[in-house]
Design a protein around this ligand. Structure first.
Ligand code: RP5
Length: 171
């Protein structure tokens, strides 16, 4: 049974997204960080609809102890780039699969940063969200041997699952 009065570790990773509608995609990042026992926070921060909140969030992020920001957005996806412009923390961008252009708009908006302000861009959609969390963990694992071991376990379990089911005709 979990103890709800137990102190929570302060978040090291932020998962932000442009809209509540991005959560279905970004939940993969949250689930992955949970499985790696990496404390995180989740927040909707829109570059277009709440630009002042974006600036305030970026200004406070490092001081609050955040170490990596995962930013998911779709369409004219300015959130990761604007966040990267306002903080020195590494920003990992997840292009959310849009309905009209299937996420190509999101991908190109996030990946094509001009030289000087990097955004580490992941794949479109669910795979990108999971991989953003794994990349955040890999970044933080450099200074955290226990996290590094959890990441190693994750890889090992993944390999074992594939090796345990080599015949695709069998369940
Ligand atoms: C972007 O616009 C969001 O990241 C979202 O992917 C997209 C659509 O937002 P909603 O209209 O669903 O709120 O800013």
């Amino acid at each position: 049974m979990s103890d709800s009065s137990a102190p929570q570790a302060p978040p090291l990773v932020a998962i932000i997204m442009g809209s509540r509608s991005d959560w279905e995609t970004m939940q993969g990042a949250a689930d992955t960080l949970t499985s790696l026992q990496l404390p995180f926070e989740v927040e909707v921060v829109s570059a277009h609809r709440t630009p002042d909140k974006l600036f305030a969030y970026a200004d406070a992020a490092e001081e609050r102890g955040l170490r990596v920001i995962i930013a998911g957005a779709g369409g004219a996806a300015h959130l990761p780039g604007m966040m990267a412009a306002k903080t020195l923390l590494p920003v990992l961008g997840v292009p959310v699969q849009s309905k009209t252009l299937n996420g190509m708009d999101s991908l190109l908006s996030i990946v094509q940063m001009p030289a000087g302000i990097p955004v580490g861009t992941l794949a479109i959609g669910a795979a990108g969200a999971v991989n953003a969390a794994l990349l955040a963990a890999a970044i933080l694992a450099g200074n955290d041997p226990a996290l590094r071991e959890r990441l190693r376990d994750f890889r090992e379990q993944q390999s074992n699952r594939v090796l345990a089911g080599p015949d695709p005709r069998l369940p």
